[in-house]
Write a protein that binds this ligand. Structure first.
Ligand code: IMP
Length: 195
């Protein structure tokens, strides 16, 4: 079984990834390798942030690993909150406050179009691979649903009538930005290890 570190401390994300990986790989969390700090995330783009996190762990531990970075891009806000999605309303990274800020900025705005984008950078035996997932949708006027995390209660993906926070997790995983990026990563790994 191939061992890979998923460079995140987010339990929701780890669960999402594990649900998609079909036990084919042994995924180690940062906690499992004894890393309990925050990885620096200072880049100006999602892709660069994911790269910074993956190389940070790769250089420190010499382990194959992947890291992701996600942002919500709202068209009427010029792509914000984007790379600042987690701390949009402040360093406390409070999801409710972030949602409130977005909703107040969109108050009276007719264009509610938005997209979640995820970049995954995989460092495998010193080589770098990039995977991207994107899901487009709409920002509601108010929150709906209680599952998921982050901006889930205000985001309705195109083609659906419910928010990510109203959907069962397996449906969200199937269609989400991160789900799509993870699927690309898994397809790549399966192909690579079946060669
Ligand atoms: P991260 O890079 O995956 O940690 O994501 C940064 C921020 O984007 C999170 O703190 C959330 O606010 C938001 N976010 C990421 N993924 C999701 C998701 O699947 N649903 C809702 N919000 C998300």
């Amino acid at each position: 079984m191939e061992k890979l570190v998923f460079a995140t401390n987010n339990k929701h994300k780890t669960q999402e990834v594990l649900a998609l990986l079909n036990n084919k790989f042994k995924i180690c969390t940062l906690e499992e390798i004894g890393f309990r700090e925050e990885i620096p995330e200072e880049a100006a783009t999602l892709e660069e942030n994911a790269r910074q996190k993956a190389y940070f762990i790769y250089k420190k531990y010499g382990l194959n690993c992947f890291a992701d970075d996600t942002g919500l891009e709202i068209e009427a806000l010029g792509g914000a909150p984007g790379v600042y999605s987690a701390r949009y309303a402040g360093e406390e990274k409070d999801s409710n406050a972030n949602i409130e800020k977005v909703l107040s900025q969109l108050n009276g705005e007719k264009n509610r179009k938005a997209a979640f984008r995820t970049f995954i950078i995989l460092i495998l035996d010193g080589k770098e691979y990039v995977f991207e997932g994107k899901v487009t949708g709409t920002i509601l006027q108010e929150t709906k649903g209680v599952s998921g995390f982050g901006y889930d209660p205000v985001f309705v993906p195109d083609g659906y009538n419910e928010t990510f926070a109203e959907m069962p997790l397996d449906l969200k995983n199937k269609i989400s930005h991160r789900g799509l990026a993870i699927k690309k990563l898994v397809t790549f790994l399966n192909k690579k290890y079946n060669e």
